[in-house]
Design a protein. Structure first.
Length: 206
């Protein structure tokens, strides 16, 4: 795409184009749309982005994104505090919540073990998960990680870390296709996978 006539526009297009899934042409369309919009709309977008960057927090318990130190789910007394659903990232929390089939709490790892991408156990919130499990308040841990080699590797690593604790360790049923991420599974399939979860040890010894 040719160089733009305005350095300010060029700079804005360059920033939008850094976002995933947005090329320079789409970035240009977005910028031109903002130029045609009311200035208040652009200011509101700018303020929202700044507040997102400066004020967003991560829950001290589950590591989900939150506006406060403790997320709404962790603070909700109606949730079952003795059941933890372990997920890769915040998008998976949203996916599981959309099924309306789970009333426990979550633990967001912030990724999965992937040597190719240089992500090891210490890069994830596994240590805090072990602490939560060893506290004695958790009776079941549900492994709800992607049905991939990396997801299975992470499942097994966590299993080895917490199997000494007297609790039930389960994994969601393979209604979610192998290789799929939770966020792309339809709500009915994901909901059934949670309801029909199986003991993790049965997966190991098949």
């Amino acid at each position: 795409m040719a160089e733009l006539s305005s350095k300010l526009l060029e700079q804005a297009v360059g920033q939008f184009a850094k976002l995933p899934g947005i090329g320079r042409r789409t970035a240009l369309r977005l910028c031109l749309h903002l130029l045609k919009s009311e200035k208040d709309e652009s200011r509101q977008l700018s303020d929202a982005i700044v507040r997102l960057a400066e004020e967003i927090q991560y829950c001290q318990h589950c590591h989900n994104i939150s506006d406060t130190d403790i997320s709404q789910i962790c603070a909700d007394p109606r949730r079952e505090k003795d059941i933890l659903c372990v997920v890769e990232d915040v998008r998976d929390v949203m996916a599981v919540e959309n099924t309306s089939q789970f009333r426990g709490k979550y633990h967001v790892l912030g990724g999965i073990i992937s040597p190719i991408e240089g992500i090891g156990p210490n890069d994830l919130s596994i240590a805090s998960l072990v602490e939560r499990v060893e506290s004695g308040t958790v009776h079941e841990v549900i492994m709800a990680l992607p049905a991939t080699i990396e997801g299975d590797t992470t499942n097994y690593y966590i299993y080895k870390k917490i199997k000494h604790v007297d609790l039930l360790i389960t994994t969601i049923a393979r209604g979610v296709a192998v290789g799929d991420d939770l966020e792309f599974a339809d709500e009915i399939t994901l909901g059934r996978s949670i309801l029909n979860r199986t003991p993790f040890e049965t997966i190991l010894y098949r």
